[in-house]
Write a protein that binds this ligand. Structure first.
Ligand code: PAN
Ligand code: ZN
Length: 193
């Protein structure tokens, strides 16, 4: 559906069916796959990452509706991080700050297991467990990344302010301070080297 103007957005309530087992939206306005080739430099084991590029797996998928990018409005989407590892590091989203730092986000996990890894620009770090029925609150000013430590897709319903925007640059440049890797068969949070 073409949406002509902001005004029209505001005049168009929508109701959308979501398949909570897969995260799929009926009739998404945008659905994209993030492939390993689009983020392989973010993994600690670059050799393992480059070897996997031959298959170039889908690391995560996002289903979105086109909604007004305005304060007072909300964006929402389904985020599905696949199970898997690059070397010993679990599949994860790229992660970002919101471009408008003063904007928070809610993630309601509806399937799978993992962590929401978070950090602030002044060096605070946190990780909250994600599994079905856990709602994670990402406060304003915290960068956030979903990490799938399980064997099934990690699926969340995400809601954030319409005008938040995404700032990937600082994470792409410096990376998160923490990584989540498998050690002796279990997820362990370690410092970035
Ligand atoms: C989510 C994320 C989604 C994909 O909707 O955009 O999980 O992760 P990246 O954006 O880090 O690639 C969100 O946090 N929106 O603000
Ligand atoms: Zn976000």
């Amino acid at each position: 559906m073409m949406i002509a103007s902001t005004k029209e957005y505001l005049q168009t309530p929508c109701g959308v069916k979501i398949d909570m087992r897969t995260g799929e939206l009926d009739d998404p306005d945008n659905a994209y796959d993030r492939l390993l080739s689009q983020m392989y430099t973010m993994y600690e084991d670059r050799v393992a990452a480059e070897k996997m590029l031959a298959d170039n797996p889908v690391i995560y998928r996002v289903y979105e509706k086109k909604l007004p990018e305005l304060s007072g409005e909300l964006q929402w989407c389904m985020s599905v991080t696949m199970p898997g590892k690059v070397g010993r590091e679990y599949y994860m989203t790229k992660g970002h700050f919101h471009a408008v730092r003063d904007t928070a986000e809610v993630y309601l996990c509806v399937g799978g297991e993992g962590y929401m890894l978070m950090e602030t620009e002044d060096g605070q770090v946190d990780a909250k467990r994600m599994e079905s029925n856990i709602c994670v609150y990402v406060p304003a000013g915290w960068a956030h990344r979903s990490v799938n430590t399980g064997n099934d897709p990690l699926i969340s319903f995400c809601v954030y302010p319409g005008h938040a925007g995404h700032d990937y640059g600082s994470i792409e440049t410096a990376g998160f301070r923490k990584r989540i890797v498998e050690i002796d068969g279990k997820p362990v949070i370690i410092d970035r080297e």
